[in-house]
Design a binder for this molecule. Structure first.
Ligand code: PLP
Length: 462
């Protein structure tokens, strides 16, 4: 069979030496064609300054949030911990290509080799480092799928900080082993909504059976940090500095694609809050903004179709309206997505930087049903061997669709996707799929309209 191999090196794994670990994070802000809209104070509606954020975050992260520097050096302590698993491998999916009979070349960057099993420690380690440096001894956070909670627990354990994790109720019940992992690294963990915060108690009073959501868990973690001087809040996605820290992925992938003798026509990632997608895509978007022709595709669940069906608007990052207002694609801050098994993709908003790139036409998005996504996950597991996290399986599904579309058109594409994590703690989801009991959730337009009433009266994103 003829393939998109012209000029490409043969081989399966494209590996970098430890000495080739990127020493700087790439900041996309100065390269954006349209400047991001200002973040607004939740009370006054005026643009916020560093002092407004100081109770929640260390100053260095606040500076990174608004920095216009094109690159930011990675501290030595962070590099030293990164070197436990970075650089991560980039693989050519020869076996998947054969299994689906495509003429396109498919590559994937595998972030599941980190100790907690996903891309999340790329920012967890950096955040723990800056908090420790500025005197905080404890971090609070939310977790959906459990990957972020594990990553922050891991980082806090290695850097000697305490950590409290509010885990979305549905994932807490579905993933007892993620809970154990978080506890094994010494963190405290509670199901969210919980009785430990005002925000949690208020939601439980109205709906004691709620599956929870990332928006609710964020409210609890923010409240925890706001009430204690020793504690800062740590977010695993969405914010500019989180996306920044993830850009080690794409920088490595650029070098590895060069080793492979190829450049991707299509770059693909799944999107919850947007951090793994940004991590892979931003360094390639730098090339795209400079004139290179690359299609950049964000994949999301049909049950939480923020980029494909949510408007670009000012909204809160959490359900209880404690966070600042940010301009982003949103389904409304009190939208509680159906309890699909890609828990890390159940978030009502998407990172402002990615939302802006979608608005500017540099990134496009598609939404998929979970049974289709699990079918692609098993196609991948059956050929490449790795059992992917259900979140990452959205990117696999996107890659397979792009390859099939290219075959139908009679063209060969070079496709690169981010395999953001393994699914070893998601086996109950695989059980449900194999039993045929996984529900596909088609979200009705009136449900979206109802959820979006929550943003009526908020400042308009011009
Ligand atoms: C493996 C994996 N991929 C992707 C995501 C989605 O998050 P983000 O969009 O920030 O990468 C998560 C979130 O928990 C995850 O665990």
């Amino acid at each position: 069979m003829q393939r998109a191999d012209v000029g490409a090196a043969s081989g399966t794994k494209f590996l970098l030496e430890e000495s080739q670990l990127p020493r700087r994070w790439y900041n996309i802000r100065p390269d954006l064609p349209t400047a991001p809209l200002p973040v607004l104070h939740p009370g006054t509606g005026a643009p916020i300054g560093p002092d407004d954020l100081a109770p929640l975050f260390p100053m260095e992260l606040i500076f990174q949030e608004v920095s216009e520097e094109p690159e930011i050096p990675i501290p030595e302590e962070v590099l030293e911990i990164y070197s436990l698993w970075r650089p991560t491998p980039l693989l050519r999916a020869h076996r998947l290509e054969r299994a689906i009979g495509t003429h396109s070349a498919i590559y994937y960057k595998y972030e599941g080799v980190s100790p907690p099993g996903s891309h999340k420690p790329n920012t967890a380690v950096a955040q723990a480092h800056y908090n420790k440096k500025e005197g905080r001894t404890r971090l609070s956070t939310e977790t959906g799928a459990g990957q972020w909670g594990s990553a922050l627990s891991f980082a806090c354990r290695l850097l000697g900080l305490e950590c409290k994790v509010y885990m979305v109720r549905i994932s807490y019940d579905q993933k007892p082993n993620r809970r154990s992992m978080i506890q094994a690294w010494g963190s405290e963990i509670v199901a969210s909504p919980s009785e430990d915060t005002d925000a949690g108690r208020a939601i439980l009073a109205v709906d004691p059976e709620t599956p929870g959501s990332l928006g609710i868990a964020i409210s609890e973690a923010v409240e925890d940090a706001a009430k204690r001087d020793d504690t800062a809040y740590s977010l695993g996605s969405v914010l500019n500095h989180v996306l920044l820290h993830q850009t080690v992925i794409g920088q490595e992938a650029l070098a590895q694609m060069e080793l492979a003798g190829a450049f991707p026509d299509v770059v693909i990632g799944c999107v919850g809050g947007g951090s793994n997608f940004a991590g892979l895509a931003f360094p390639f978007l730098r090339e795209k903004i400079a004139g290179r022709d690359t299609d950049v595709l964000a994949c999301e669940p049909a049950a939480c179709p923020t980029l494909t069906r949510g408007p670009f608007a000012y909204d809160f990052g959490d359900t209880s309206k404690l966070t600042p207002l940010v301009a982003m694609h949103t389904l409304g801050h009190d939208f509680v997505p159906a309890p699909i098994h890609a828990g890390g993709l159940r978030y009502h908003g998407v990172a402002p930087l990615i939302s802006q790139l979608v608005r500017d036409g540099l990134v496009r998005a598609e939404a998929y049903l979970q049974n289709d996504v699990f079918a692609s996950a098993l196609e991948f597991a059956g050929s490449e061997g790795i059992l992917p996290a259900p979140e990452a399986a959205h990117a696999i599904h996107g890659a397979i669709r792009v390859a099939r579309a290219a075959d139908a058109e009679g063209v060969e594409r070079t496709i690169l996707f981010n395999l953001s994590g393994h699914g070893h703690f998601d086996m109950s989801a695989y059980d449900r799929y194999l039993e045929g009991t996984l529900d596909d959730v088609a979200l009705e337009q009136d449900e979206i309209d109802r959820a979006l009433r929550a943003i009526e009266g908020l400042p308009v994103a011009g």
